[in-house]
Design a protein around this ligand. Structure first.
Ligand code: ZN
Length: 525
């Protein structure tokens, strides 16, 4: 049985009719029938709820927890709690995150600091030959927003259900630095681990004089290892061929020693983590495993990359993606800064190395808004890349606030200016506050333009935690409640913005469009 959109709305309306609830909105894509019961998301003044409608015996047998109402049929209204999320994942398995970096297509980490952006992300991604990693937060972000991994996965799962997206999505414990953090994320059900090695690298290996390197190498690297390294790397040329030209890499004795000192601890730790995950999960493919070396004080050269990955290969460590630090600047929320031609060359070399040593993906962190290099990236990466964005959905939310609630925006902007010095301890940016136009000089309708200007864009980008947590003397939130209620009120606007914004990213990367059938239709099982 199929029905058009309007009659579906009518059907849902009728099913919910006669119950003492103040129905504000239904989310039609979410509605489906399973085992004689109708399941779907609705909004009432208390927030979003799962509504289940059917006859009494079926409702009583259903495992979701909620409040039961008797009317023409029986309605159960359920909160989006962790327990109910477990029920959701077993009844609708596509709401559970899965590993997907091995698919030969582009994956996009959408990152949703607020927990309300998923429907917009899905509306963008479903139109392309790509898959989303929806839940993707670092420990730093969770600390800033007061969330945890369980909540992050939960929010994504309900967003998936709302949009009825069945192609699979990922959940990424991003920038994890210890086994403890990894365990917490895995316990919460993430399908991807991004291991951040920045604390295990030894950047001095690239600053010390040749003499010091000699001394340190003798002291820290065993003879046996030194021999093995020479055999593996010296007096040979690593040669990679690809459709856009060849790449050749040679190591000198000194460069080899520097690489060994730089990566030694990181390689040991990666092996430890890999084995730990494998023993816990039973096999290596149960979780996507990404290595991030992007938050380092120096760019990752193709030579560094090659050294690091061959050493991991020797130890039987398999990675699904690797995030190098690229040359030039990949700052948060603004376009690439640097020599595009040089970037292109190095990116190509990185992707050739990745294809040769396990065909893992190159992961691009701080990937939002890099429109001047996206087309090159899309052309050069054979089976797609993993593009990570983190704060861009937050910025789109603030842009909406600037448009819909100028008073609130002005207060937030002012507060962000005062929080800026603290925020720069957490994020590296080159923001110049003096270039930001003064608020008093701007008319309300000019406020959204502040989100175009690079300095104010970065100002808002890095102060999210301060803004969301700010409280007054009575311990009440200064902005949080008004912020979320405005966002909820204009959620469709928010999702349309995100659809456009992420769509532009995928178009710029050259990702193929996919035919979308109308998923407003109900699914009858
Ligand atoms: Zn990163």
């Amino acid at each position: 049985m199929r029905s058009d959109h309007a009659s579906l709305d009518l059907e849902i309306g009728q099913a919910l009719n006669g119950f003492p609830i103040n129905l504000l909105k239904v989310y039609p894509r979410s509605f489906s029938k399973v085992n004689g019961l109708t399941y779907g998301l609705i909004r009432i003044p208390q927030g979003k709820k799962l509504a289940i409608v059917g006859d009494k015996p079926a409702i009583l047998a259903d495992p979701f927890r909620g409040k039961i109402f008797h009317g023409p049929s029986v309605l159960k209204l359920c909160g989006l709690s962790s327990e109910n999320t477990q029920c959701l994942m077993s009844l609708f398995p596509y709401t559970k995150p899965i590993p997907l970096l091995n698919l030969k297509l582009t994956t996009i980490g959408t990152g949703d600091r607020l927990g309300v952006a998923t429907p917009g992300h899905l509306r963008a991604v479903r139109k392309f030959h790509a898959r989303p990693v929806l839940a993707q937060q670092s420990v730093r972000e969770n600390d800033q927003t007061g969330r945890n991994y369980q909540g992050v996965v939960r929010d994504a799962a309900w967003g998936i259900f709302q949009e009825n997206y069945r192609k699979g999505y990922g959940a990424d414990g991003d920038h994890l630095k210890s086994l403890h953090e990894i365990k917490t994320a895995l316990d919460a059900g993430v399908s991807m681990i991004t291991l951040d090695l920045s604390e295990k690298l030894n950047p001095e290996a690239f600053q010390d004089s040749g003499e010091v390197i000699e001394r340190k190498f003798k002291r820290e690297i065993s003879r046996e290892t030194a021999k093995a390294l020479s055999r593996c790397f010296l007096e040979k040329e690593f040669h990679f061929e690809g459709p856009h030209g060849d790449c050749r890499i040679r190591f000198t004795e000194e460069s080899l020693k520097r690489n060994a000192l730089l990566y030694q601890k990181a390689i040991d730790f990666t092996e430890e983590v890999f084995e730990w995950i494998r023993s816990r999960k039973g096999c290596r493919s149960a979780v996507d495993f990404e290595i991030s070396i992007d938050e380092t004080p120096f760019p990752t050269s193709p030579e560094n990359h090659l050294f690091f990955i061959t050493q991991l290969n020797h130890r039987g460590v398999h990675v699904d993606s690797l995030a190098p630090r690229f040359i030039g600047e990949f700052q948060k929320a603004i376009d690439y800064r640097g020599d595009v031609k040089a970037f292109r060359e190095q990116f190509y070399q990185h992707s050739l190395i990745a294809q040769y040593y396990g065909n893992y993906k190159i992961s691009i962190h701080s990937g939002s808004d890099k429109f001047s290099v996206f087309p090159e990236i899309g052309k050069l990466a054979k089976d797609g890349v993993h593009l990570k964005t983190a704060g861009t959905s937050w910025l789109e939310a603030v842009r909406l606030i600037a448009q819909k609630s100028p008073v609130l925006y002005r207060e937030m902007h002012q507060f962000a200016l005062s929080a800026f010095p603290e925020a720069t301890k957490l994020y590296v940016v080159t923001t110049d506050l003096t270039r930001i136009p003064r608020l008093e000089s701007l008319r309300d309708e000019e406020l959204p333009e502040l989100l175009e200007q690079e300095d104010s864009r970065q100002l808002i980008h890095i102060t999210y935690g301060f803004l969301l947590n700010a409280k007054n003397r009575e311990e009440r939130f200064l902005f949080r409640d008004r912020f979320f209620s405005t966002l909820n009120q204009y959620e469709e606007d928010y999702w349309s913005r995100l659809e456009r914004h992420f769509g532009n990213h995928l178009i710029s990367l050259g990702v193929k469009k996919e035919k979308v059938h109308d998923s407003h239709q109900p699914d009858i099982h």
